[in-house]
Write a protein that binds this ligand. Structure first.
Ligand SMILES: [Zn+2]
Length: 298
């Protein structure tokens, strides 16, 4: 459905002594060389897909991440089966990745600022959004509200998990409603879109960021190019679902290289902190009441 969405792009972490080929510029490079550059091609800046662990390491302050809700695992309420049963697919994904969910979430600091974070891992069932992933995101938002801090989601997903049907679609509204609670508290939500961010994920929380940033050349959209072409019956512009095109047309706020992500986030949270303080001073309710009394007594 999404064309080359499932292309083999992730750097194989279990074969660190091998040579790898960049899928974009076809250069042959030593794994260690690419790893040292945070899995970015030194020749053409192609951003390889990386695991949730690697992503967290590259974004948060060193040693600050504490994983939460890692005991949550999906059940199979619909007893769903296509070519394989959902239960079997979960087992296989668990064996392949050592995880029970496509989201890794927890508490951390970025530039010394406390932040709650949820990161998608495309290697677990295509980073699909199911009930566990939705619940982890909502719990992360609740912790952010409790701690009065910001929230980040790094998306890498093919969309809602079809094996959970309505249960997975429900996560779109559940997460959006929770983000509205965060918004009402005046706390920032930063959405980071990585390759690929598609389907129900792009149609819900991924596009609700106060700031939406993307990695270079990431595939971002709802349906795949072929499906849209068949539906609307027109030729689509070249690269219309890539970060650069979306930035040019105002759908995202900035494109940030993986190497600059930590610093950019640190700067933004510093800025948000200053803004929050400023607002508190101007609109302090007590001072308004005092002023009213002053006016009355005069
Ligand atoms: Zn390259």
């Amino acid at each position: 459905m999404f064309g080359n969405l499932f292309k083999k792009d992730e750097v194989k972490e279990e074969t660190p002594n091998q040579w790898i080929k960049c899928p974009k510029c076809t250069s042959l490079m030593y794994y260690k060389e690419v790893e040292a550059k945070q899995h970015v091609c030194p020749k053409c800046n192609h951003h390889f897909r990386i695991s949730a662990q690697k992503r967290i390491e590259s974004i948060v302050d060193e040693g600050s991440f504490v994983e939460m809700d890692d005991n949550l695992a999906p059940i199979d309420p619909l007893k769903f089966s296509d070519k394989k049963s959902y239960k079997k697919r979960i087992e296989e994904a668990k064996e392949k990745t050592g995880k029970t969910s496509s989201v890794m979430s927890g508490s951390c600091t970025i530039g010394g600022n406390p932040v709650e974070i949820a990161v998608f891992d495309f290697s677990f069932m295509g980073g699909s959004l199911g009930s566990v992933e939705g619940e982890k995101i909502v719990r992360g938002i609740s912790r952010a509200i409790e701690k009065n801090c910001g929230f980040i989601i790094v998306s890498a997903s093919g969309g809602a998990r079809m094996q959970e049907s309505t249960y997975s679609l429900l996560q779109m509204s559940k997460t959006s409603a929770a983000l509205n609670r965060l918004h009402q508290k005046g706390l920032p939500f930063i959405s980071i879109l990585t390759d690929p961010t598609m389907g129900g994920v792009s149609a819900s929380f991924a596009m609700l960021g106060d700031i939406i940033m993307a990695e270079p050349d990431a595939l971002i959209g709802f349906a795949g190019q072929r499906v849209i072409k068949q539906t609307v019956g027109v030729d689509l512009p070249e690269g219309f679902q890539r970060s650069e095109f979306l930035l040019e047309h105002g759908l995202i706020d900035m494109i940030v290289n993986r190497d600059d992500m930590h610093q950019t986030l640190s700067d933004l949270f510093k800025l948000f902190k200053k803004e929050t303080k400023k607002i508190e001073t101007v609109y302090e309710p007590e001072s308004i009441v005092e002023n009213e009394e002053d006016t009355v007594s005069k």
